[in-house]
Write a protein that binds this ligand. Structure first.
Ligand SMILES: Nc1nc2c([nH]c(=O)n2[C@@H]2O[C@H](COP(=O)(O)OP(=O)(O)OP(=O)(O)O)[C@@H](O)[C@H]2O)c(=O)[nH]1
Ligand SMILES: [Mg+2]
Length: 328
């Protein structure tokens, strides 16, 4: 069910709207559930069940007025999560509240806490909330470094991305031989760490993990098919997916996020049949993973991608200066 579809009972997945509210320091607001209710005593993103005939957005606005005394003026979809607890199932429709009036207070006497994203692990949340926390820690854009050919151009592109505040970058560079790839990685690492960014590495080169260095692993199709459990030691592990079965495989392995492609036609893969927005949106509803959409997308497609259920956009050309691709 999409965020704009009114809720009609009976629903095997009771629909719940929840909101991520931030303060000026980017901390998020949690409230503690009373002991006697479902998942009692745990912290949660404020919200509650949709009433019959209500959309998730309407429920969000009503619940946050009732529970916190604030008036939501703007909210964007963050992620949908379907989760089966032993005693019930829920469909959580999570929004980032980007505008509100009033000061949040516990109108139902529930304790509130403003928590930095790095501190969220200290607040026990319901199991369904894990992909929500991951989605919050991931940025909306996932640039892919590819087609640079020379070390100098790759270095220039990396600096461009870091300077434009990209904090998650896929170091793919299939046009370099493994030796050149590794050498450049050594050169990039201090810069990436200094910028507080994460560099995702190709899985086929079998570079060992180095915890604490800001590195992640991006599994291509072959690596995903071979993978039996989430590789340990990486900040993030992601998978390139092209089918619903691959998205489901990434989810069941406990990977952190996926990239789904190609959404639109793209000159880099002229033979690949684009999925289109509708199929991509349909598949995204069936998994709980944060997913980036890739393939023929431009920066202007970000809000469409998010409405479709994606965390954001991945791209090669979309994040670099256009003229950089005019060389021959
Ligand atoms: N609001 C909220 N609910 C969550 C989260 N995670 C999660 O599993 N849930 C589940 O979603 C359901 C929310 O229902 P609720 O009981 O809070 O609903 P409500 O605010 O309308 O309360 P009410 O039924 O007492 O009026 C619960 O089963 C709760 O365990 C979360 O982060 N926020
Ligand atoms: Mg509630």
């Amino acid at each position: 069910m999409s965020a704009s579809t009114p809720n009609t009972a009976p629903d095997p997945w009771p629909h719940v709207a929840a909101g991520v509210i931030r303060d000026a320091c980017r901390r998020v607001l949690l409230s503690r559930r009373p002991q006697h209710v479902h998942q009692g005593g745990l912290w949660e993103f404020p919200g509650g069940k949709c009433e019959p005939g209500e959309t998730a957005r309407q429920a969000l606005i009503r619940e946050l007025a009732e529970e916190l005394g604030i008036a939501v003026t703007a909210a964007e979809p963050l992620i949908q999560v379907r989760h089966r607890y032993p005693d019930r199932s829920v469909l959580l429709d999570v929004f980032e509240v980007t505008g509100f009036e009033g000061i949040p207070e516990g109108r139902e006497n529930q304790p509130l806490a403003w928590v930095a994203l790095e501190e969220l692990d200290r607040h026990p949340l319901p199991a369904a909330d894990r992909p929500i926390v991951t989605a919050l820690r991931l940025p909306p854009r996932y640039p892919i470094l590819e087609g640079g050919r020379t070390a100098a151009r790759y270095q220039y592109w990396l600096e461009h991305l870091l300077a434009t505040e990209h904090t998650l970058i896929y170091w793919r560079a299939r046009d370099l031989d493994p030796e050149a790839y590794r050498k450049l990685l050594e050169r990039f690492l201090p810069r990436v760490r200094q910028a507080g960014a994460t560099l995702m590495l190709r899985a086929d080169l079998e570079i060992p993990p180095a915890p604490g260095l800001g590195l992640g692993l991006h599994l291509d199709r072959t690596a995903l098919a071979r993978c039996r459990q989430r590789p340990a030691g990486w900040r993030w592990v992601a998978a390139a997916c092209h089918t619903l079965a691959e998205l489901q495989q990434a989810q069941s392995l406990g990977l952190d996020f996926a990239v789904l492609s190609p959404v639109l036609a793209t000159p880099t893969h002229p033979d690949a049949r684009p999925l289109g927005w509708d199929t991509a949106g349909d598949w995204l509803q069936q998994v709980n993973l944060p997913v980036y959409l890739l393939g023929g997308l431009k920066q202007r497609h970000l809000s469409r991608a998010r409405r479709c259920g994606a965390r954001g956009l991945a791209g090669i050309r979309a994040f670099l200066p256009e003229r950089e691709f005019n060389y021959t």
